[in-house]
Structures are given as C-alpha cells and as structure tokens.
Ligand binder design. Structure first.
Ligand SMILES: [Zn+2]
Length: 125
C-alpha cells in the first residue's frame, strides 16, 4: 500500500535537512552525507544528485563577505599575513562551511519536488 504525501515546500524541508516527501525523516547521515533512504516514509535518496551545487552557491555568494573583509583589511591597514591567517581565514570558514548543509538539503528537496533528473533524448517510434 502506497501512502499519499502532501507536497512540501523544498525550502522548508531542505533547509532543515528533513525528508522532502514526508517532512519528518532526516535526510543527512553526518554533515553532508545523505542517508540511503528516509527512516519514516522509506523514500530512496538514490535520485539525489546535487553534485557541486552547494559548493557553487557558497563560492558565488558566501565567499564575498570574507573576500571583502580580506581586501578591506589589506587596503585600509596593510595588515601582515598573520592577521589574515587569524582573522580572514576563520571568518572565511565561518561564512562558507555552515551554509553547505542547508544548501545541499534545499537542492535535494528541490530535485525531488520538481522531479528534476538527467535529460534524455526522446526518440520517435
Ligand atoms: Zn520521509
């Protein structure tokens, strides 16, 4: 018997790391590793392939504040290298690592919600 699940917002389920089908089970097994399936509804996560999507978004958007901080420190104060290692480096880690998991969850949930998959050629009979 197959249970009907109401459509859930990929943003709400994905950002929390919840199953995109039932919204109750957990999507992750560790920090970024996906579970093989949902422990509540049994949804197989084999469809999920966000590839480099989370890293792309982090590189494009989350790195900007740390680059601006490093450039500002260098241009304004001409700080030595050790200041960048102690200030800019940890700031970069703090702005880039935490968004990876919610972004991956959101991309996987969106992939499920919009039934996105690899493109296939349609052949005429
Ligand atoms: Zn589930």
């Amino acid at each position: 018997m197959e249970t009907e699940w109401p459509p859930l917002s990929p943003l709400q389920t994905g950002l929390k790391g919840r199953c995109p089908q039932c919204g109750q089970g957990h999507m992750f097994n560790g920090f970024l590793t996906l579970k093989p399936h949902c422990e509540v509804c049994g949804l197989d996560y084999a469809f999920a392939d966000p590839a480099d999507g989370p890293a792309f978004f982090v590189i494009c958007f989350a790195c900007v504040p740390s680059v601006l901080l490093g450039v500002w420190l260098e241009v304004q104060y001409s700080v030595p290298l050790w200041v960048h290692l102690l200030v800019t480096g940890p700031f970069m880690l703090a702005t880039c690592i935490p968004p990876l998991r919610p972004l991956k969850g959101w991309l996987v949930a969106s992939q499920f919600f919009y039934k996105a998959e690899e493109g296939k050629l349609a052949r005429l009979p």
